[in-house]
Design a protein around this ligand. Structure first.
Ligand SMILES: [Fe+2]
Ligand SMILES: [Fe+2]
Length: 270
């Protein structure tokens, strides 16, 4: 099973730029082109939040004009820039999304169990796993010991990038305790950080992912200011090997190549 993860798309209404300078729609179009150009076609695409910038219906309509080009199933979790109800309303053809309440979901039809966790707190940038959400997760994990991947927007660790940690995940310690209790969770994939970061928690590799648009500046000071960089955009590919996930980071864009290492006779080109 091959999972493509894209995150933090921040698509806006047509013609609008994020933060006055980032054409997230153009970056989204490039992202779709890169996904469609993959030689090994992903079985599913998982989107780990901040699908749009302000959670508005018109933004979701614009987002769909890009996502609807993908031929494989899509699974969505909300981020702090999303609206729970506007997201739900924009994707009525996504039956795994619950009709009310948190946008948590479980998909059991693949070799790995997929769980989507809603960490959204309306009107705030931080995320939260409150008692209700932790209870839902505990009950869901207790129901099956199949290998499991959890997708959520806010990562359950401190990154060292001060301004992002100040809008991190409330309830991260309780989530870590669940990872210790339920070792079938072998992978947790997150967004929010707009850059790739990896940490081991319990028996799970927990990671964040590049954005197809702007990246958070790599400033590891506790008092780091809120800044973004136009570093190379990307996404991730997570392949289930039967025993764990093998993850590849993919660059978005067009680049020279691929070039052969060997000539037609099989000799190394020197
Ligand atoms: Fe974001
Ligand atoms: Fe976010």
């Amino acid at each position: 099973m091959l999972i493509a993860q894209i995150t933090d798309l921040h698509v806006k209404t047509p013609g609008k730029l994020a933060y006055g300078r980032v054409d997230t729609a153009r970056f989204m179009a490039d992202c779709i082109e890169s996904l469609l150009a993959l030689k090994a076609v992903p079985d599913v695409v998982l989107v780990t939040g901040d699908l749009v910038d302000f959670g508005e219906p018109e933004e979701y309509r614009h987002l769909r004009s890009f996502l609807d080009r993908l031929p494989m199933p899509l699974y969505l979790v909300p981020g702090n820039h999303d609206g729970r109800d506007t997201l739900r309303a924009a994707f009525p053809d996504h039956p795994y999304l619950p009709e009310t309440g948190f946008l948590h979901w479980v998909v059991d039809e693949y070799p790995v169990r997929l769980i989507g966790l809603d960490t959204l707190v309306p009107g705030e940038s931080r995320g939260e796993l409150c008692a209700d959400r932790l209870t839902w997760l505990e009950t869901t994990l207790a129901a099956s010991d199949r290998p499991t991947l959890i997708a959520m927007h806010h990562p359950p660790f401190q990154t060292g990038i001060g301004h992002m940690d100040r809008i991190g995940l409330t309830g991260a310690e309780a989530f870590a305790a669940l990872l210790d209790r339920f070792p079938q969770v072998c992978r947790v994939i997150c967004g929010h950080l707009h850059r790739p970061i990896t940490m081991l928690m319990g028996r799970a590799i927990v990671s964040t992912c590049s954005s197809p648009a702007h990246q958070v500046a790599l400033d590891l000071r506790p008092d780091a200011d809120s800044r973004f960089m136009m570093e190379p955009p990307g996404f991730e590919l997570h392949r289930w090997t039967g025993t764990g996930f093998l993850s590849h980071r993919a660059a978005i864009g067009t680049f020279p190549g691929p070039f052969p290492f060997f000539d037609p006779s099989g000799a190394l080109i020197d």
